[in-house]
Design a protein around this ligand. Structure first.
Ligand code: AMP
Length: 284
């Protein structure tokens, strides 16, 4: 695996490979890698000639400075994992490389109501920061395909919208959420869960799965959401932020499943001081 810290070195390599007709599959990450991340690399390896992973803890997408400070950083282990999963290239820039001090900041995108609901409501500025770094990384890497996880469903929808606004021809690929054996969605933040909260955390997936069943069996969606929220609040040390059933294209709350072809149920919940998100597709 080649490791680049500087943009010009990475770009030299990529343009040489592209001139030989090689295709580039790119998976941007914030490190503290797990099997969710390596599944992105696995698919990039299957579909493209060269897989590129970036590890960059993007300061502009953290609305909470404490969250940024506490974000796990495990570069050595990450490199080992990427080697094991045959990643071809790791891009490991520092903050000044991605955001040079004298660079003009690009005008933020307008994502409309896609970015004001769910995560947008509870993490102001998060999606602007995320879109800023994804746009910048795409500019640098210039991949043919971009691999992102369903785990961050709203993030995926916003990146899809951004690529449309940019009239980009990069192919955006969604990969399924990789879970622990007990159902908990893998996340870099899981290592920060207390032992007690780690035991309770798989309940979030159960709650989403029960909500999915309730919606599919035409139960009242509002009532089913209230039940889900109340079950979450009863978990010791857990504080739900939201649980919703939304249209998978617009991310707006739905009332009647029959009026939508793509439906997803999503939640965010604090487990102690760790914020967890998850989602389950109800129908597509
Ligand atoms: P992150 O490092 O958390 O910013 O995530 C980098 C990429 O990995 C994003 O596209 C995520 O959606 C994806 N990802 C994170 N966790 C998982 C998971 N459990 N399963 C699949 N993809 C994931």
């Amino acid at each position: 695996m080649l490791i680049f810290k500087k943009i010009n070195h990475l770009q030299q390599y990529i343009s040489t490979e592209k001139s030989k007709g090689k295709t580039i599959g790119f998976a941007p990450t914030m490190g503290a890698l797990h099997l969710g991340h390596t599944s992105l690399i696995g698919l990039a390896n299957t579909e493209c000639d060269i897989s590129v992973c970036s590890i960059f803890v993007n300061p502009t997408q953290f609305n909470d400075p404490k969250d940024l400070e506490k974000y796990p950083r495990t570069t050595e282990k990450d490199v080992e994992l990427l080697l094991r999963y045959d990643c071809d290239v790791l891009f490991l820039p520092d903050v000044e490389e991605v955001y040079p001090p004298n660079q003009v900041i690009a005008q933020p995108f307008d994502f409309g109501s896609l970015a004001t609901v769910m995560e947008g409501e509870f993490r102001p500025g998060h999606f602007n920061g995320m879109a800023q770094v994804v746009r910048r990384l795409l500019e640098i890497v210039q991949p043919d395909a971009l691999y992102m996880g369903q785990k961050d469903f709203q993030q995926f929808s916003i990146v899809a919208n951004m690529l449309r606004q940019m009239k980009s021809d990069i192919r955006l690929v969604m990969t399924p959420t990789i879970r622990e054996a007990d159902g908990l969605a893998m996340s870099s933040r899981n290592v920060r869960l207390t032992q007690e909260n780690r035991i309770l955390a798989p309940r979030l997936y159960e709650i989403l799965s029960q909500l999915k069943e309730a919606v599919l069996s035409k139960k009242d969606i509002e009532k089913a959401k209230e039940t889900a929220y109340s079950v979450m609040s009863q978990l010791e040390d857990f504080k739900p932020e939201y649980v919703d059933v939304v249209d998978g294209y617009t991310l707006q709350t739905i009332k009647n499943i029959d009026e939508h072809e793509f439906v997803v149920t999503c939640l965010a919940c604090w487990a102690g001081n760790v914020r967890l998100i998850d989602n389950v597709v109800v129908k597509k």
